[in-house]
Design a protein around this ligand. Structure first.
Ligand SMILES: [Zn+2]
Length: 86
C-alpha cells in the first residue's frame, strides 16, 4: 500500500519516466485488443505523459503489446487525437 495522502507513481510507456498518476493519461486495452484512453475502465492499464511525443511512442503496437502482454493496437481515433494535438 502507498503512504496515505501520497499520489501513486506510474511509469510512462513512452519515455519510462516516473510521475504522479494524476499527471498522466491512462491507457486501457479492451477485450478486442484495441487500446484507448480511459481513466476509469476496469482492467489492465498503462500510463503515458500528456506529452504528444510520449504518446506517439507509447502507441506503437510493439510498445502496447509489451505493456499489455498481448497483441494490442491503438484505436485509429486515438492516434488521430494524438497527432492532431501537436
Ligand atoms: Zn513520457
Amino acid at each position: 500500500m502507498t503512504t496515505k495522502g501520497a499520489e501513486p507513481i506510474r511509469t510512462c510507456l513512452g519515455c519510462r519516466r516516473r510521475r504522479p498518476k494524476g499527471a498522466m493519461l491512462r491507457l486501457v486495452r479492451g477485450a478486442d485488443g484495441r487500446v484507448s484512453f480511459d481513466g476509469t475502465a476496469p482492467g489492465r492499464g498503462a500510463y503515458v505523459c500528456r506529452d504528444p511525443e510520449c504518446q506517439e511512442r507509447a502507441l506503437k503496437p510493439a510498445r502496447l503489446a509489451h505493456a499489455f502482454r498481448g497483441p494490442s493496437e491503438a484505436k485509429t481515433e486515438l492516434i488521430e487525437t494524438v497527432v492532431s494535438g501537436r
